[in-house]
Design a protein around this ligand. Sequence first.
Ligand code: COI
Length: 355
Amino acid sequence: MTTDTLTIDIRKTAESRLPQLDMNNLPFGKVFSDHMFSADYESGQWKNLQIVPYAPLTFSPSNMAIHYGQSIFEGMKAYKNFKNDILVFRAEQNWERLNKSAHRMCMPAIPEDIFMEGLRELLSLDRGWTPAKDGCALYIRPFMFATDEFIGMRPSETYKFMIFTCPVGKYYSEPVKLKIETHFSRAAQGGTGSAKCAGNYAASMYPAKMAQLEGYNQVIWTDGSEHKYVEEAGTMNLMFLINNVLITAATSDSILDGVTRKSVLTLAKEWNIKVEERKVTVTEIVEALKKGEVQEAFGVGTAATVAPVSNIGFEGTDYKLPEIKSDSLTNRILIALDDIKYDRVPDTRNWITRI
Ligand code: COI
């Protein structure tokens, strides 16, 4: 397949696995579509652009990504409208963020045409894998990792960029219970918190596991220096509605600049809701919880979209939040985002790539 600027070799699967897919039972991240896109970086250039059947990769035990973690990824979603068109939500934002992560991790940038054309070709070849069902989507996972066979300490000189996709249902089936974490950190000032790199997720697993033993789904991350400020929740950005003000942590080098986060803030501002992006202290959240002033809290992210929070634990006390009503801000945001993603309203903000 040749576009104006680049050539993608396409080798189709001999037999699609689509007939075995149960669109009514889509666990998150376990079922993968028929094909995957890949490109290789060598001698300062991206080459070998191809789409091939989804299959295991082989690489050397000395692959640098395994040892030193030069590995970054993105999460995006595509939706299907009633005309069978595929709509990808804010794809260029993920492309930009992938390159910011690449920069922080000493990895090469991926050119926009390779990212976008690879995505277009893959999604159109696997068109049948995008669910045409409310609440479901095609989760898209672009990622890049080091491929040098070398265990000395320096950035790799070769890389692989890939995209695969999976049809998914809900990430969280119930409102989430969060524990404010004041011992462990997800990210440090000056660290890699704002990069979507594999190591950030690896470091988050143990604290999350400990919180799960206490009955929580995830932790609310606090800053790595003093544990005084609220940063993120699990793999999501976190928002609070307190006294009718929508409050969220300002982005920093320890906070991921979430695409859903910025979309929610845009909508809230358009609706004349007072928005505060600033440092949010644990103390003010706990005080507001004690006084019953936290009207709503929700996590926002690509996988989870908008995840209402039902409980917040802090130092052994569990605070229950009010139940999410149909006229809540959480629901209003969910509906407004879904209307855009499923093509039920005009795309006035240019957030959609149509395939
Ligand atoms: C996403 O929301 O896309 C994420 O990266 C979360 C993922 C770890 C499941």
